[in-house]
Design a protein around this ligand. Structure first.
Ligand SMILES: Nc1ncnc2c1ncn2[C@@H]1O[C@H](COP(=O)(O)OP(=O)(O)OP(=O)(O)O)[C@@H](O)[C@H]1O
Ligand SMILES: [Mg+2]
Length: 221
């Protein structure tokens, strides 16, 4: 069987219609990521980075063009189908972690499987162990450092065994040394067969990524 591309955008256009006119946030973007590949996407503020990540993550739809996941066209799915595809294929890491402050680290990581009625507590423990937090399972986010919170968020993003991991400014709130720990983790994750896409302003990320792309005014350079 021919190898498929985990993530593929063809001629992607995204326009926002607002009171003050139309904004073209993505202007004909062709983009693909292989498995085992760690790609970073740079660009100035307003260049379309978050838009692109939202489109890749099926959180927003394209105005024109095609998005394929593992060779399947997922451009025009219903809301329910998108949710299903997100759960099956995608992991997300956000700049501000998006952890539930009243739950422990292990409960936060387990949470996506609790919603599915599977409650994979043991896998949640293993993932926290893998990101070096085996001794912080029962700590709540307010009792953890920023870097530790980000590692909890990374562990949570992996609980459903995604093919693709998408991260928006994952090192934005971290000091340089902690940022390096997180980037090491992304390298290990991509080496283990997950496609990793990081959108960032942080020049350190390009030292760790396999490939760097620049987005300017909605176009990839
Ligand atoms: N919901 C929306 N409605 C209208 N315009 C939007 C919307 N979201 C984004 N835009 C516009 O689309 C363009 C791209 O925005 P986007 O958030 O993707 O930029 P970005 O590269 O992530 O910027 P930053 O580095 O500041 O996060 C901007 O001009 C922005 O104003
Ligand atoms: Mg952004």
């Amino acid at each position: 069987m021919a190898a498929t591309t985990p993530l593929e955008l063809d001629g992607a256009v995204k326009r926002y219609e607002g009171a003050s006119g139309t904004v073209t946030a993505l202007d004909g973007v062709d983009f693909r990521v292989g498995s085992n590949e760690f790609v970073c996407l740079f660009g100035p503020s307003g260049s379309g980075k978050s838009t692109m990540l939202n489109v890749l993550g099926l959180l927003d739809s394209l105005t024109d063009g095609t998005l394929r996941l593992d060779g399947e066209d997922v451009t025009t799915l219903s809301i329910e189908e998108r949710t299903e595809v997100r759960r099956e294929y995608l992991g997300f890491v956000f700049q501000d972690y998006h952890l539930v402050p009243t739950l422990t680290a292990v409960e936060n990581v387990e949470l996506p499987t609790v919603f599915d009625g599977r409650a994979e507590r043991e896998r949640a423990r293993e993932l926290l162990d893998r990101v070096g937090l085996g001794d912080r399972l029962d700590h709540k986010p307010p009792e953890l450092s920023g870097g530790q919170c980000q590692r909890v968020a990374i562990a949570r993003s992996l609980i459903n065994r995604p093919s693709v991991l998408l991260a928006d400014e994952p090192t934005g709130n971290l000091d340089r040394e902690t940022g390096k720990v997180i980037l090491d983790e992304f390298q290990r994750i991509s080496d283990a067969g997950v496609s990793v896409v990081v959108v960032t302003h942080d020049p350190l990320v390009s030292d760790y990524a396999d490939r760097r792309l620049d987005l300017v005014d909605g176009e990839l350079g």
